[in-house]
Write a protein that binds this ligand. Structure first.
Ligand SMILES: Nc1ncnc2c1ncn2[C@@H]1O[C@H](COP(=O)(O)OP(=O)(O)OP(=O)(O)O)[C@@H](O)[C@H]1O
Length: 317
């Protein structure tokens, strides 16, 4: 029998009201299963960074509780944080030092790190993020993506149970994004739980097993990415040169919100008593609609977000 996975991050009623009066995080109940790649999704300003800062004990909550690796934060910070790697708002790097020397500085700043094994640890961390060959280059010659990978290497100098990454691909070009995403998958394969925030829906769909969706400081939903997309109904898509003839047939079968773009007619199936798709297809053929393709488009997380909030997902910024 499968046991419920232990929660690596658990919050109850976690809230933060900033001094200006703004309730940035409102009664958050979050549960991040061990071994997951957990995508913390929300538009800019929805409270993700504030939550991450509370989880890591960088700011005090104004309400509720947060547990990291089963221990209360910020009380147990000294015991917990050595097992947690974090990358928030890009790594602080010395531009005039090489990538390797930057890591040596990070390692030397850790009082628990044995100086005798420092060089090995640094070499292994560089190797893990694919920067061995570039290790001797000055950090100022690094691309943004390489700097971000160096930041990850710094977070991986010690064995970690949890990695917390705040918008790790923000500002990166597509190649840099791909590198970070595949690195995240590799780390998860090694058994590290990864908690990452993002305002990019497709990023969450590509790399995460689980997700929590935030809007205006509140948690809207959480669960596995697969369950969430399956829960939202996809749109019916008919590809045909006879769009004008297809529209009334779909409407007769209860399809709602029918719209036409080029040779595609799409519409939403009613939740109550959806028509049998075989009947809809047969009716199209009877009405001499020449059908090139017919099927349900998989629902995206964006559909889920829109269905739950009634708002568009603003990906600007
Ligand atoms: N130090 C602060 N003092 C007052 N208000 C703040 C502070 N930090 C954030 N806020 C406000 O709290 C809300 C949530 O911000 P937060 O940075 O947590 O959101 P976010 O989802 O991480 O967005 P982003 O991706 O833009 O960082 C915003 O309205 C923001 O303006």
């Amino acid at each position: 029998m499968a046991e419920a996975a232990e929660a690596v991050v658990e919050t109850h009623g976690l809230s933060k009201r900033y001094r200006g009066g703004q309730l940035a995080v409102d009664s958050l109940d979050l549960s991040v299963p061990s071994g997951s790649v957990f995508g913390f999704l929300g538009p800019n300003g929805s409270g993700k960074t504030t939550t991450i800062r509370m989880l890591l004990g960088l700011i005090e909550p104004t309400g509720g509780t947060a547990h990291l690796l089963g221990e209360p934060m910020p009380r147990a910070a000294n015991r917990v944080l050595p097992q947690v790697g974090a990358l928030i708002e890009g790594p602080a790097l010395y531009d005039f030092l090489s990538g390797r020397d930057n890591l040596i500085r990070y390692d030397a700043a850790d009082p628990t790190a044995d100086p005798r094994t420092r060089r090995t640890r640094v070499a292994e961390a560089l190797d893990r993020v694919g920067l061995s060959a570039a290790g001797a280059k000055k950090a100022k010659a690094y691309s943004l993506g390489m700097k971000q990978r160096l930041g990850l290497a710094a977070a991986l100098l010690q064995p970690r149970r949890l990695l917390v990454l705040d918008e790790p691909t923000n500002g990166l070009d597509p190649q840099g994004m791909r590198e970070i995403r595949s690195l995240v998958r590799e780390l998860a394969d090694d058994g590290i739980t990864v908690f990452l925030s993002s305002h990019l829906l497709d990023e969450i769909e590509q790399v995460c097993s689980h997700t929590a969706v935030m809007s205006r400081g509140k948690l809207i939903t959480q669960g596995t990415v697969a369950e969430m997309s399956a829960g939202a109904r996809g749109r019916l898509v008919v590809t045909t040169p006879d769009t004008a003839e297809a529209v009334p047939v779909l409407k007769e079968h209860g399809v709602m919100d029918v719209s036409v773009t080029a040779d595609r007619v799409t519409g939403e199936l009613p939740a109550a008593e959806p028509p049998d798709l075989a009947d809809v297809n047969a009716a199209l053929v009877r009405a001499d609609v020449r059908v090139r393709a017919f099927g349900l488009e998989r629902a995206s997380l964006e559909d889920v977000f829109v269905a739950l909030t009634g708002e568009g997902f603003d990906v600007a910024g």
